[in-house]
Design a protein around this ligand. Structure first.
Ligand SMILES: NC(=O)c1ccc[n+]([C@@H]2O[C@H](COP(=O)([O-])OP(=O)(O)OC[C@H]3O[C@@H](n4cnc5c(N)ncnc54)[C@H](OP(=O)(O)O)[C@@H]3O)[C@@H](O)[C@H]2O)c1
Length: 260
């Protein structure tokens, strides 16, 4: 199987490195020259990567084509290309609907959309896919896991959920600064909190049958210190803030999908 990448930026780099570190049956990966510093490094690091100047040549030679250009440039770039109907397309482009891409590329090819995140390089994150063709699911399973979104709303919900990363670091930074105010060195507070949350993530990963509420029960004493912090967070409307933030991001994703 030959994979092609139109757009060799940050996320293509992570996916390609993840694929080539897996046992995916991939004979060759053909990448567009842009971004040249990334495509050159990939070709230097892996014999199976070849750089092409022409996006149409990538499409013509590959069996599965990944589209990974920026959303605002996608109409201009894709409109100049033709996608034969027998190709399989995986679009990583945020917000652009499949119907728009099919119209620009003048094709009935099979499309999936996916939201890989940078840790796919090390097979340590789960990728949301819509609608979830079996071969695309199998590929992302090898990069850490895949979830198929049954509807476009569910898919946009995953895109929205991935926007919580900044909040994670904001919580940790606020906690570290508070500990510094009590006399800790920042480096020690950072190390302590990072290990605490890494351990919780590990416990969570090892207990796939337990919901987050079950894990709360398992880790936290009712009326204890952790329970107190969580209850204060809710009392101060932390839970409502998360819902409001996700609602607002979801609306933004939907507006962008309509060209709004
Ligand atoms: N980064 C993430 O975590 C992530 C996750 C999921 C989805 N996405 C989506 O994936 C897409 C790419 O994101 P990214 O973070 O990888 O962005 P990026 O690093 O800016 O990559 C975009 C790439 O498109 C290239 N490009 C521009 N015009 C081109 C053309 N005519 N032909 C071929 N390539 C061209 C750019 O090359 P130059 O540098 O030479 O301009 C650049 O390498 C976006 O739609 C984004 O929404 C990103």
């Amino acid at each position: 199987m030959k994979l092609g990448f139109v757009g060799t930026g940050a996320i293509s780099d992570a996916v390609i490195r993840g694929v080539l570190r897996s046992d995916c049956a991939v004979d060759e990966i053909i990448v567009s020259r842009r971004s040249e510093h990334i495509s050159q490094k990939l070709a230097a690091d892996f014999d199976r990567v070849r750089v092409e100047d022409d996006n149409q040549a990538i499409i013509d030679q590959a069996d599965v084509i990944f589209l990974a250009v920026l959303p605002q440039l996608s109409k201009e770039i894709l409109s100049g290309l033709h996608m034969p109907d027998d190709k399989k397309v995986v679009s990583l482009i945020a917000t652009i609907p499949i119907a728009d891409m099919k119209a620009w590329l003048d094709t009935d090819a099979r499309f999936d959309r996916a939201i890989p995140l940078p840790p796919v390089e090390h097979h340590s994150c789960v990728t949301a896919v819509y609608p979830g063709s079996p071969d695309v699911m199998a590929l992302f399973e090898k990069l850490g896991g895949a979830v198929a979104a049954k509807t476009i709303d569910a898919f946009d919900g995953y895109a929205t959920g991935s926007a919580l990363m900044g909040t994670y670091f904001t919580v940790l930074e606020n906690a570290a600064q508070w500990m510094v105010a009590q006399g800790s060195d920042y480096a020690d507070a950072r190390r302590y909190l990072a290990a605490l949350f890494a351990g919780l993530s590990e416990n969570t990963a090892k207990s796939p049958d337990q919901g987050f509420a079950d894990l709360y029960e398992g880790h936290i004493t009712a009326g204890g210190l952790n329970d107190q912090v969580a209850q204060t967070f809710l009392r101060e409307k932390g839970g409502a803030a998360i819902h409001t933030a996700l609602d607002e991001v979801f609306a933004r994703v939907k507006a962008a999908s309509k060209g709004g």
